[in-house]
Structures are given as C-alpha cells and as structure tokens.
Design a protein around this ligand. Structure first.
Ligand SMILES: [Zn+2]
Length: 211
C-alpha cells in the first residue's frame, strides 16, 4: 500500500548516505522513525534488525510473514522478532512491496548462480559480518538470518515459484518505519554486479532518522 510520510528530512536527527556496496549499522531508539531512501532507484537494501539489548532476539521472516498473513512488506507491516516481539512497524512506503524471501547474496551463492570465477566478489553476507563486528565481537556469521530485501521485487507465482523480477522502485522512493524498541539496524547495500534486478549497477541509499 502506497503511503507518503509527512516528515521533512531537514528536521532529521541523523542522515547518512550508504555508498553502493557498503554496509551500515546504527542503533535506532524506541519511538524514532527510520527511513531508507532509494536515491537512484532499483537498489536492493538487504536489512537485518536486532533487539539492541538482546541481539539473540532478532528479525524473523517466518514470524513476520505468519503474523501479517502475507509475504510482502509494506505500510502497516509489523516486523517481528524470533522472540515474538514487534521490532518496528512500517508507517510509510512509496515503493509498495519489499521482499521477505530472497535472502542475501553470498560469495557461495554467486558461484552457484553465476560462475565459479565470481567467488572473490564482495557480497552481502560479507557486509553483514563486517557490520555486526562494528557492534560487538560477540556477533558474527551465525547471527545472520533470513533478511529483508527492501526495494527488491521477488514475486511468487501461483504455483509457489520464486521469480527475481525487475525492480519496481525508482529514484526517490522510500520506506519508513517506527521502532517499537531499541533496535540495531544493519544494512548491506547490495554490491551485486551479476543480477539484472539492480541493472548490474549498485547505487547509494540514504538512512534518515527522526526523533
Ligand atoms: Zn547482495
């Protein structure tokens, strides 16, 4: 569902452009509003959330899908944790659909999907690991779960098949959510150079936070 925000980035308390292929992590406090802005369009923002006070309690795709009885995320979606807690709720969305199923690219999946020579190319899984280490030496590879792909379009066919389709986002589209508890947000701004979903051209996104 397309819903616009009334918030003005000029009043934001935090703004950060995440460069193409880079990672970013930040604590979003309970009650703050968090926007991810697709600056140039059709960029996949692979995203994970953790309870900032207990990172074992983290975004759960299956709990989120079951809670809302729907596969895609948009305005009104509550992002649920593995412990059954509401991490954030999406309050504005000018893209209209975000993927819960496709997961993140990894060096291993790049060799499977594209070519064995792709093994050394940087991938979201590496970015997630770097972002988690920024927070704590206790967080690492085993703390990466099935992530949200904001702005990515992965339609499910009537037969239940997954298709990675052309993006439906565009320059300036955004998704916005309110934190229901203090959360660690972790984004891998996908560096993928082999997938047509971003036109083989990763581009920057912006993280914006309001009190
Ligand atoms: Zn990726």
């Amino acid at each position: 569902m397309l819903t616009e925000s009334t918030l003005d980035p000029a009043n934001a308390v935090y703004r950060k452009v995440i460069k193409a292929g880079d990672h970013w992590s930040h604590v979003i406090k309970k009650g703050q509003t968090f926007r991810i802005l697709d600056l140039e369009g059709n960029q996949a923002a692979d995203t994970l959330f953790y309870n900032a006070h207990d990172p074992v309690d983290r975004y759960s795709a299956s709990d989120t899908i079951r809670c809302q009885q729907a596969l895609y995320l948009t305005s009104g979606s509550k992002l649920m944790s593995s412990g059954g807690n509401e991490l954030l709720e999406i309050t504005a969305d000018t893209c209209g659909r975000h993927d819960t199923l496709g997961g993140a690219c990894s060096r291993e999946s790049n060799t499977m999907r594209y070519a064995i020579e792709k093994e050394n190319m940087h991938a979201c899984r590496d970015s997630f690991i770097c972002g988690l280490h920024d927070h704590s030496d206790d967080l690492g590879k085993r703390d990466i779960t099935c992530n949200i792909n904001f702005f990515m379009n992965v339609p499910v066919t009537p037969e239940g098949g997954l298709t990675f389709a052309d993006g439906i986002s565009a320059p300036g589209r955004y998704v916005e959510m309110v934190a229901k508890m203090d959360v660690i947000a972790l984004i891998s701004n996908c560096p993928q150079l082999n997938n047509p979903c971003n036109a083989y051209n990763p581009t920057p996104v912006e993280a914006i936070i309001w009190d």
